[in-house]
Design a protein around this ligand. Structure first.
Ligand SMILES: C[S@@+](CC[C@H](N)C(=O)[O-])C[C@H]1O[C@@H](n2cnc3c(N)ncnc32)[C@H](O)[C@@H]1O
Length: 339
């Protein structure tokens, strides 16, 4: 039922143009949309609970936050803002849960994304993404990551903490060798979902299972065929803040050992957000969900910390898109290169 509500919401004329309700007509549309969101809530809650237990049974230890991001990317695709049909396909058919449970579980996320994306007109297409608010967090990092892949002449792509990211399977880059490195249960679930969705990987991606907090991931990556002497792009989206500061530092230092021109693109939160001084509901909700925020980069008032941090780790900062207003940063996304 939830997906029917989503479709209904998207079809209510003009949802796509929802800025703030200016006329009586748009006010009615927004009000109707909110009613649909409210109506879908019980269905979604049941779906999320059923999916949580089905997933826990099939893949104990899986990081559930991975679902949230792919749901936003699926919605971006559905709305024609960024082509990613594979994200949409993945969420339709998680093989360890019934299609009904998937529909119910993701319906609400879709509604929220639909509202957020349409309401705020996600600034994806070449928009100026400096000082963006929290609501555009996924737009901010998607913009820089996709651009980095498109513009790179590297021959290897490594997605660290890949979750349900489909970039390794999308025609975003010309990189011949593609690797996904992830926590074993999340990776096992992703592989099962990709197979069940009938997505043909045709050996395009090499999967490497690691725990960043424990394993030497570069050794495992090299064993799997990665060549540190060939230029690579490392994508590290939505992961740093879940790791210990030591694990983040050692990962970046390992990247700095790869050949000149190798690039990492990563997003981070500031210390204030990690310490729950900024948007406390975010860090509290994540802690309650068993994925506490551990690593923060720089203070909310310090715009120089990111350059100093990358240099300290042996990299040169290339691009930095900070999020939030000056003096009150919640985080950002940066790319840095081995000199
Ligand atoms: C929020 S998801 C982001 C997924 C993906 N990068 C994306 O943008 O869709 C966090 C990812 O980090 C991975 N992760 C978290 N802690 C990890 C750890 N200790 N070792 C390896 N991967 C980890 C999870 O398995 C999950 O895939």
């Amino acid at each position: 039922m939830s997906h029917l509500l989503v479709d209904a919401l998207l079809r209510i004329g003009g949802v796509g143009d929802m800025s703030l309700p200016k006329s009586a007509g748009s006010f009615v549309r927004v009000a109707l949309g909110l009613v649909l969101v409210a109506l879908s809530l019980p269905v979604t809650l049941c779906g999320q609970i059923a999916l949580y237990f089905a997933t826990r049974r099939a893949f104990p230890g899986l990081k559930n936050t991975a679902f949230k991001i792919v749901a936003v990317r699926a919605e971006l695709s559905r709305m024609g803002l960024r082509a990613d049909p594979l994200s949409e396909a993945l969420l339709r058919s998680l093989p360890w849960a019934s299609p009904l449970v998937c529909r119910a579980a993701f319906g609400y996320l879709q509604l929220i994304s639909a509202f957020g994306i349409r309401w705020h007109k996600y600034p994806l297409a070449g928009a100026d993404l400096h000082n963006v608010p929290w609501r555009d967090v996924v737009a901010l990092r998607t913009q820089l990551i996709d651009a980095t892949l498109r513009e790179s002449d590297a021959t290897q792509l490594v997605i660290l903490g890949a979750g349900f990211d489909t970039r390794a399977l999308l025609p975003l880059s010309s990189m011949a060798r593609r690797f996904e490195v992830d926590f074993p249960p999340t990776q096992a679930a992703k592989r099962a979902a990709v197979a069940a969705a009938g997505i043909d990987q045709d050996g395009a991606v090499t999967f490497v299972a690691v725990d960043f907090n424990k394993d030497s991931w570069l050794d495992k990556l090299v064993e799997a065929g990665f060549d540190p002497k060939q230029k690579a792009v490392f994508v590290w989206e939505g992961v740093t803040y879940y790791l210990t500061p030591e694990a983040v530092s050692s990962t970046v230092r390992l990247i700095a050992q790869c050949c000149s021109g190798t690039t990492v693109v990563l997003d981070y939160f500031t210390q204030e957000l990690v310490r729950a001084e900024l948007f406390p509901f975010i860090s509290r909700a994540l802690r309650a969900a068993g994925e506490p925020l551990l690593f923060g980069l720089g203070e909310a008032a310090d715009d120089d910390a990111q350059r100093a941090w990358t240099e300290e780790h042996g990299l040169e900062l290339k691009k930095h898109l900070p999020g939030g207003s000056k003096g009150a940063r919640w985080g950002g996304v940066l790319s840095a290169t081995v000199a």
